[in-house]
Design a protein around this ligand. Structure first.
Ligand code: ADP
Ligand code: MG
Length: 532
């Protein structure tokens, strides 16, 4: 009897489980070498020969275009981690991989997957409690700690030499855009400029646009800018329906053109009378309007992206005006300076010196695109972590300390459970040791020595003992200021355990192969050689 078409691939029971676990483990292995400050980078080359060099877990996995269904679920963890927290992507994927690897041991011992998943669920729940117990409370005035959180997030990410500067920029930026304890990182614009070194990266108290002024006859620099944000075009509307105008004499044509010009002049006059000397227009500005604006020494940019217009509104206090009749002096925003600036080949418009801006720009400088992109990812990790720490006010020690303490307490907790679940909780605890052991391995230290010492220190009550990779010693990492937001860890553990549980529950994979071939193949070289 034939149930399904011939091109369906099916894997049942143990085969399906093993295959999925293998794929998940391979994904974890791929990102493993990038973990921590001494992790290595990866170079990813796309079919069109675009090169990405990165240390960032989620970027690596996204660029790799992974196909295996279980492996894709692992990539999803990294993405969730990235959107929820902005950092800890490698950690999350590694924990998920290890949870599955350890589950395989239990499967070998003939423990049923539902028992394992139950144990993992209990362990994940308990982990949250323990983490909340270990976490330390900080306030928004703990600048030193916040700066260290940014630095911990950025170490080992190509931002190494300037991380003090970046930490300072990150902290100032976040404090500036915070409104009543609410932080929306979208209010921090990141703009990139090739040329100069990364140490020239700057925080602009306003918005930097990747734009030029619309006409070279306009002033390059406007001081005491009064800024109008227009959401309508400075040109005559094209009639919506097809229109034909019959003109029978040259005078009529002249009259028609003059009428058009008159209408545009009225529009521009209205802008001028509002008192604006800078105009950012979301739509077009036609030639004649450009000419009139230039004559009045008004600086203007056209086709500015909506997202930028919104940021400009937050930065300058201007209101976005959507019809000419609404434009009054009260709708204008202010900035000390609006200026067109050239960096290498790129031209930018700076709107800076805004009073108490609620949106601002980090302008990253750097020698090559690859450097700039990696610095951008590092800064985003830093921003994510600092925002996270401020939102919850809870932080934990890094360098594997929190994972070791969690392992220890989970093991103690498992003693009170019944036989098989106890084994599962123990394996969950063991999986967390993967983080400190990999941090050590990536730094060229002996992972077994490091784990043994960490374990004995934690057993004797040193809950903040971790691996300090500035000194390559095991010490109180809280004192060494290696600090991370609690949320990075709770999110990593919860999404890792969710995915591990989901994968463990699968015992039947039915895949329609289509023409892509073997969807369930777990040979990474195959997908790499095909995709890169
Ligand atoms: P992820 O994508 O998971 O954030 P990272 O490559 O950023 O991966 O590495 C994060 C890990 O590196 C965390 O466990 C953090 O505690 C650790 N870490 C960061 N700085 C140090 C340091 N100076 N010494 C030891 N560990 C560190
Ligand atoms: Mg990180």
């Amino acid at each position: 009897m034939v149930l399904m078409p011939e091109d369906i691939q099916r894997m049942i029971g143990k085969d399906a489980q093993r295959n999925n676990i293998l794929a998940a483990k391979m994904v974890a292995d791929i990102v493993k070498t990038t973990l921590g400050p001494r992790g290595m980078d990866k170079m990813l080359v796309s079919p069109t020969n675009d090169i990405v060099i990165t240390n960032d877990g989620v970027t690596i996995l996204e660029e790799m275009q992974i196909e295996h269904p279980a492996a894709k679920m692992m990539v999803e963890i990294a993405k969730t981690q990235e959107t929820e927290v902005g950092d800890g992507t490698t950690t999350a994927v590694m924990i998920a991989g290890k949870l599955l690897e350890n589950a395989e041991k239990l499967l070998d011992m003939k423990i049923h997957p539902t028992v394992i998943t139950k144990g993992y669920r209990i362990a994940a729940e308990k982990s949250k409690q323990i983490l909340n117990d270990i976490a330390l409370r900080i306030t928004k005035d703990d600048d030193d700690i916040l700066r260290q959180i940014a630095i911990t997030a950025m170490t080992g990410k190509g931002a190494e030499d300037s991380k003090e500067l970046f930490a300072d920029i990150i902290l100032r930026a976040i404090k500036q855009i915070e409104i009543n304890g609410k932080i929306d990182l979208k209010d921090i614009k990141i703009e990139k400029s090739k040329g100069d070194g990364i140490e020239d990266t700057e925080l602009v108290s306003g918005i930097v646009l990747d734009k030029e002024r619309v006409s070279p006859d306009m002033p390059v620099l406007v001081k005491n800018a009064r800024i109008a944000l227009l959401d309508f075009p400075l040109e005559l509307k094209n009639p919506e329906i097809q229109t034909r105008i019959s003109i029978s004499s040259p005078e009529q044509l002249q009259g028609f053109i003059m009428q058009e010009e008159k209408s545009i002049k009225e529009i521009v006059d209205k802008v001028k009378f509002s008192g604006a000397n800078v105009v950012f227009c979301q739509k077009g500005i036609d030639d004649f309007a450009q000419y009139l604006l230039s004559k009045d020494e008004i600086f203007a940019c056209r086709r500015v992206a909506r997202s930028d217009i919104e940021k400009l509104a937050k930065a300058t206090g201007a209101k976005i005006v959507s019809s000419l009749s609404e434009l009054t002096p009260f709708e204008l925003g202010n900035a000390e300076v609006v200026e067109e600036v050239k960096h290498g080949e790129d031209v930018f418009v700076y709107v800076k010196g805004c009073q108490n801006p609620k949106a601002l720009t980090i302008l990253i400088h750097g020698g090559t695109e690859h450097v700039i992109d990696e610095v951008e990812r590092a800064i985003k990790d830093g921003l994510g972590d600092v925002a996270c720490a401020l939102r919850s006010g809870l932080v934990v020690p890094g360098g594997g300390a929190v994972e070791m303490e969690l392992t220890k307490r989970l093991r103690e907790f498992s003693q009170g459970l019944s036989g098989r679940e106890q084994l599962a909780v123990e394996e969950f605890a063991n999986a967390l040791e993967f983080i400190p052991s990999t941090l050590a391995e990536n730094a060229g230290m002996d992972p077994i020595d490091v784990l043994t010492e960490l374990k004995s220190r934690h057993d004797s009550g040193e809950r903040n003992a971790g691996l300090n990779l500035f000194t390559n010693r095991i010490e109180n990492v809280l004192e060494a200021k290696i600090i991370e937001p609690l949320k990075v860890k709770t999110q990593a553990i919860s999404s890792a355990s969710e995915v591990a549980i989901m994968i463990l529950r699968i015992d039947d994979v039915i895949a329609s192969t289509g023409k892509k071939g073997n969807m369930m193949s777990v040979n990474p070289m195959r997908s790499m050689s095909e995709e890169f």
